[in-house]
Design a protein. Structure first.
Length: 153
């Protein structure tokens, strides 16, 4: 007795979720290769880059804001921050403005590392996503932002 295949799509590459899986696997592989040279994970990079972005934009450098910005759950974020502290890249402090908030600050070593890592990752960004011509890249980014906004928690 055979059950009918449960798949909605005739071809695997018609599934938007599977396409995202494949694209993410390629991108994560490239980032892992690059970030290994800095001794940080992709989650740690997202935190460091976001923290540097907050500084440049004058946004609050708190754990909660980092979790919201990176779409990382609080437990994963806390664990990654702990690893960054052990490496001497950041320091967590109680906020002076809000007793419930935990601020995050760079060490000099962390600031130096993130400056270099951002340049490396943005170069990889251009090489990887540069396969799309300008208008298609803009469409990709707009569609991706729409999906994130529509599915964010």
């Amino acid at each position: 007795m055979s059950e009918a295949a449960p798949f909605r799509y005739a071809k695997a590459d018609e599934s938007p979720g599977f396409l995202l899986w494949k694209l993410t696997a390629l991108w994560r592989g490239e980032l892992t290769r690059l970030l290994d040279g800095y001794g940080i994970t992709q989650t740690q990079y997202a935190i460091l880059a976001s923290l540097r972005w907050f500084e440049a934009q004058g946004e609050p450098p708190t754990q909660t804001h980092l979790a919201e910005h990176t779409k990382t759950d609080k437990m994963t974020l806390s664990k990654a921050l702990r690893g960054l502290e052990v490496q001497g890249l950041v320091k967590r402090t109680k906020s002076r403005e809000d007793a419930r908030a935990v601020g995050v600050r760079f060490s000099p070593k962390g600031r130096s590392l993130v400056q270099k890592a951002v340049v490396t990752v943005e170069g990889a960004d251009e090489a990887f996503f540069g396969k799309l011509p300008g208008p298609e890249l803009e469409s990709y980014k707009a569609l991706t932002r729409t999906l994130i906004a529509g599915n964010g928690h």
